[in-house]
Design a protein around this ligand. Structure first.
Ligand code: SF4
Ligand code: SF4
Length: 374
């Protein structure tokens, strides 16, 4: 396993982090985790040197925190980093900060979190946390020994990130970073701002919710021509991990083969060469020729008051757009119950402010409903 040093303490952090947002499920439509399989995945990762496990209050509708706390309990507490996040959208007062933190500690069965983030900040939420005084409340909790390091995860533009970084003594920052978002979400500038602040960066969505694993046949061909043995996802992991200020790259692993593939990518880790970067550029150009909706499947936009299953509709459309096959669209779309399809959207806009990707959801729903009707 490749490690990076967390400078303030000298701790060695595994360059691969285990994300607990997309654990295997017993039923794909329900949040319950396949605990037996997920435990084997965690054990395999731990035994191969992964020491950074990232969860959050809403993952698996609250079940992820309890799972990962229990899954790691058999290992010495100092041998792993347990990481979770404050549910920013639920916090209304300084007291709420301590209340949610205590609830999370209890759910995970631990006395402290190694890294604790203010979850999913954007311009609106930054305003809210500043009014409440969330950072100072977290510093109090740190003094009580319940948190070791304070950071935030972020989904907005560099203009919002810059003053946020300047406002407090954050110890790390987590951003969405991958070769598609390098320009699409200006991840380049975000990375530079964090580096200039001299704090480490944690990568989320290196494979963009699986999007950079499937790509398009033409883009996959670029990667396979360069290295027939390497998985397509491994290119995305290596891309993010090749930047020197990355502390760890979180991968939300759903199957054992994701764990073994990611670990193989880090044993040994090969940073991208100039030649490799050209291959990524070629694949990206091929991929961008297909019009897709940049949905990562995070489900933050759910539930929709009109019953639309937003991420499922987008996943069906993206399968069509990247394969250009109407039969694929029909098959994927018909697997969604009629009451959850795009035409049910009443354009209320309630989902929009929840979407970290800034997708114009009602517009896309209209477009997909028209396409499906044809
Ligand atoms: S805009 Fe459409 S998809 Fe979004 S919450 Fe409203 S009805 Fe649901
Ligand atoms: S539409 Fe946005 S919020 Fe909803 S699942 Fe996709 S990326 Fe997440």
């Amino acid at each position: 396993m490749e490690y990076r040093t967390f400078a303030p303490t000298g701790q060695k952090i595994s360059l691969l982090g285990f994300g607990c947002m997309r654990l295997p499920r017993l039923d794909p439509d329900k949040p319950e985790i396949d605990v037996e399989l997920a435990q084997r995945m965690v054990d395999y990762a731990y035994e191969h040197g992964v020491n950074y496990f990232d969860t959050a209050y809403p993952y698996h509708e609250g079940l992820s925190e309890s799972f990962i706390g229990a899954a790691l309990a058999k290992y010495p507490r100092e041998s792993y980093n347990l990481v979770t996040k404050l549910p920013t959208w639920l916090v209304e007062s300084k007291e709420d900060v301590g209340r949610y933190l205590d609830e999370q500690l209890e759910k995970c069965g631990v006395d402290y979190f190694d890294f604790y983030l203010v979850h999913s900040l954007n311009a609106e939420r930054v305003k809210k946390i500043e009014q409440i005084g969330v950072f100072d409340a977290l510093v109090e909790q740190k003094k009580l020994g319940k948190i070791r390091h304070i950071g935030f995860s972020f989904h907005d533009t560099p203009d919002v990130l810059e003053p946020l970084l300047a406002a407090h003594d954050w110890e790390f920052a987590q951003i969405q970073f991958n070769y598609l978002d390098w320009e699409l979400q200006d991840a380049k500038r975000q990375y530079e701002l964090i580096e200039a602040k001299r704090i480490p960066c944690v990568v989320m969505e290196p494979v963009r919710g699986g999007m950079l694993h499937t790509l398009t046949p033409e883009a996959v061909d670029c990667f396979k021509a360069a290295d027939p043995e390497a998985s397509v996802a491994s290119w995305a992991i290596r891309y993010a991990a090749s930047f020197p200020n990355m502390l760890t790259v979180l991968s939300g692993m759903t199957a054992m083969e994701h764990v073994t593939d990611n670990i193989a990518t880090m044993e040994p880790f090969r940073p991208l060469s100039d030649e490799d970067r050209k291959v990524v550029d070629e694949a990206l150009t091929a991929y961008q020729k297909a019009v897709t909706i940049p949905c990562t499947g995070c489900r933050y936009c759910m539930d929709c008051p009109a019953g639309v299953d937003i991420p499922k509709v987008f996943a069906a459309y993206n399968r069509y757009a990247t394969g250009r096959s109407k039969s694929v669209l029909r098959e994927a779309y018909e697997a969604i119950p009629e009451s959850e399809r795009a035409h049910n959207c009443i354009a209320c806009g309630a989902c929009m402010s929840q979407c970290p990707q800034g997708i114009q959801i009602p517009d896309e729903m209209k477009k997909i409903a028209e396409l499906a009707a044809k």
